[in-house]
Design a protein around this ligand. Structure first.
Ligand SMILES: Cc1cc2nc3c(=O)[nH]c(=O)nc-3n(C[C@H](O)[C@H](O)[C@H](O)COP(=O)(O)OP(=O)(O)OC[C@H]3O[C@@H](n4cnc5c(N)ncnc54)[C@H](O)[C@@H]3O)c2cc1C
Length: 257
């Protein structure tokens, strides 16, 4: 059996601005006819834009009636950042097959979600998918009041003006609900490394009780992604590693260049 990941060509059908730093693109076309969602609410795809070979990873905000929606954060510089603000409607892009990571243990009585703007698409999908009380901590620069379902409990954290995320520090002050639950967090990789240590050493959570993912790497210069999470993910799964162990491997590789 081939171990090559599938890919799909799709056309940009529409684009709309969701907020100051968030742009929605809707993809469709015959190339998506065989696309299948994993059903895992934080599932993501690799996106390759025209003229590029490197992919960037985006959460599947929705997959409905043959249309796949991605919400793309616009930051200071960046390959997809620049493309999405140009004349991209009608472009053909390539997507990799979706993968997901959100896996609360059976019996989890609550879910905590923490993330920055890049995590909002996943947090929005997760809050609509889970049936236990969900507490969201969102560090965003934009007014995204209507973006998450009204029934979720949301703590809005200001994104600092200097660009330095404080998510790890903020998480250490959270009042955790009673009983067993599931902690999911995504954002800048250095913050995620810090929080993993906190969860393991201070809160002594088993690795099945949390999922912490570095979605992007801070830095002032444009840095093409040097590490493709796809092969790491497949190798980690084949070796029987947990999601968290795989993401820790990924962070180490990114940090070591
Ligand atoms: C599993 C997964 C799911 C993701 N889902 C989403 C999603 O739904 N929506 C989304 O917008 N992003 C998402 N991301 C993050 C996204 O892949 C990165 O932000 C990506 O680097 C952006 O690509 P770019 O081409 O615009 O910038 P790049 O060319 O990759 O980066 C250019 C420069 O910008 C900096 N940079 C990169 N990302 C950010 C950022 N978010 N904020 C500030 N500076 C940044 C880099 O440090 C670099 O210096 C996800 C990442 C992963 C791993």
């Amino acid at each position: 059996m081939s171990t090559r990941a599938r890919s799909y060509d799709a056309q940009v059908l529409r684009r709309a601005r969701v907020s100051d730093h968030l742009v929605r693109i809707v993809l469709g076309g015959p190339g998506l006819a065989d696309f299948e969602s994993t059903g895992i609410p934080d599932e993501w795809v690799g996106l390759v834009v025209p003229g590029q070979f490197q992919s960037r990873y985006y959460t599947v905000r929705s997959w409905e009636a043959g249309e796949l929606t991605l919400d793309v954060v616009v930051h200071d510089v960046g390959l997809v950042t620049e493309w999405v603000q140009g004349d991209c409607v009608g472009d053909t892009v390539t997507l990799t097959e979706p993968k997901g990571s959100f896996a609360p243990p059976a019996g989890a009585a609550w879910v905590i979600l923490v993330g920055d703007l890049t995590a909002m698409p996943a947090m929005a999908r997760i809050t609509t998918a889970v049936s236990v009380p969900t507490h969201v901590w969102a560090e965003v620069p934009d007014d995204l009041g209507g973006y998450l379902p009204a029934y979720s409990t949301v703590h809005w954290l200001d994104a600092p003006h200097d660009g330095e995320s404080r998510l790890a520090t903020d998480v250490e002050t959270i009042d955790w609900p009673e009983g067993d639950g599931y902690f999911w967090m995504a954002g800048e990789s250095a913050q995620m490394r810090a929080i993993r240590k906190h969860l393991m050493r201070e809160r002594r959570l088993p690795s099945t009780a949390y999922d912490v993912m570095g979605y992007w790497r801070g830095g002032t210069t444009r840095q093409p992604r040097a590490v493709d999470p796809g092969p790491l993910w497949r190798a980690g799964k084949a070796a029987g590693k947990s999601d968290d162990e795989i993401w820790a491997d990924y962070d180490d590789k990114v940090r070591d260049g």
